[in-house]
Design a binder for this molecule. Structure first.
Ligand code: FAD
Length: 308
């Protein structure tokens, strides 16, 4: 029996994948979205999204991703549970290998996003889930009236540290520089929050504990001074790593593994497009992910017309 060839397969069901799905399903393209966990993506772990237009009071990441998912499904988008593990993009028909079998498509939109970067220090892996976390929404309630460290200086680190203070008695925000990178409004909130103590110019050198985390080793990069901060938990927000292992060598990526795509979201392989956090782009947000995805779907539609 010959295997079905989809017009389009979307890899990943975060904001980018769901948006591409909405556009493709509305265009009545024969499309399927493959998602390895559940639709929603990273934004599901955010307590509050206040920079995505349309929600004057902000919206929780969980609500936003549920609404996107619902909208895509109302539009007729089919989502299948599958993890893409490898690809063969050498022919006109693209092959996607997954944990549930092989899929074929004329076009592919890669929207597999990214995941939190790690510190790479001793103790981080040992205490993951025992005090080390990458998700305040998931784990902050475990730290009610406790002391935690948060690491990072960008929007996510600062926003999530502020959220942590709803539970934790004190949050040490450890940042390698002496100014935050986060948006000004977030900086103002963090710097005026009495429960947040900034630890400037510093990096975490190790995470110690027994059953769970009990302290973090911190080194001041300017003075060289090293000290131990007693904490019950460590939250890490130090950038992102792309989910591109499954396309390694098949499409052009930058030195950090993010997929290189042009302004039409075309990758180095004709018929293969990329959108959202997985892309080599200066800003990784919901608004940029959905914008990329709309263009990727539009470009994939054009490609299908030209090659029909
Ligand atoms: P992702 O959201 O990463 O989705 C990718 C999807 O692909 C995932 O569901 C994943 O399971 C799936 N996937 C990955 N690999 C495979 C595979 N091999 N096979 C099948 N499926 C796969 N942005 C804002 O605009 N405002 C905010 O306030 C904000 N707060 C944030 C707070 C936190 C804690 C975090 C972590 C992020 C935040 N962001 C925020 C960033 C935002 O979440 C991302 O920019 C956005 O989710 C990117 O969407 P995406 O669809 O490109 O990728």
């Amino acid at each position: 029996m010959t295997q079905k060839v989809y017009d389009c397969i979307i890899v990943g069901g975060g904001p980018a994948g769901l948006t591409a799905g909405i556009y493709m399903a509305r265009a009545r393209v024969d499309v399927v979205l493959l998602e390895k966990v559940m639709p929603g993506g990273q934004i599901m772990t955010s307590d509050l999204v206040e920079n995505y237009p349309g929600f004057p009071k902000g919206i929780s990441g969980a609500e936003l991703s549920f609404a996107m998912s619902q909208q895509a499904s109302n539009m007729g988008l089919v989502v299948e549970s599958a993890q893409v593990t490898g690809v063969d993009f050498s022919g006109a028909v693209k092959v996607l290998l997954t944990d549930t079998g092989k899929y074929l498509a004329k076009t592919v939109i890669i929207a597999s996003g990214a995941q939190p970067g790690k510190l790479g220090v001793p103790g981080e892996n040992i205490y993951y889930g025992k005090g080390v976390s990458f998700c305040a929404t998931c784990d902050a309630p475990f730290f009610r009236n406790k002391v935690v460290a948060a690491v990072g200086g960008g929007d996510t680190a600062v926003q999530e540290s502020i959220f942590l203070t709803r539970f934790a008695e004190k949050v040490y925000l450890i940042h390698r520089r002496n100014t935050l990178r986060a948006t000004k409004v977030l900086q103002e909130r963090a710097l005026s929050n009495k429960r947040i103590e900034m630890v400037w110019d510093s990096v975490v050198t190790q995470i110690q504990g027994e059953e769970g985390v009990s302290s973090v080793g911190v080194k001041n990069l300017k003075t060289g001074e090293e000290k131990n901060l007693p904490v019950d938990g460590v939250f890490v927000w130090v950038g992102t790593v792309p989910n591109t292992d499954f396309v390694k060598g098949a499409v052009k990526t930058n030195e950090r593994g993010f997929i290189v795509a042009d302004s039409n979201m075309r990758t180095s392989v004709p018929g293969v497009f990329a959108a959202g956090d997985v892309r080599d782009t200066p800003l990784r947000q919901v608004s940029t992910a959905v914008g990329d995805a709309a263009i990727a779907a539009f470009s994939a539609g054009h490609y299908l017309e030209e090659h029909s």
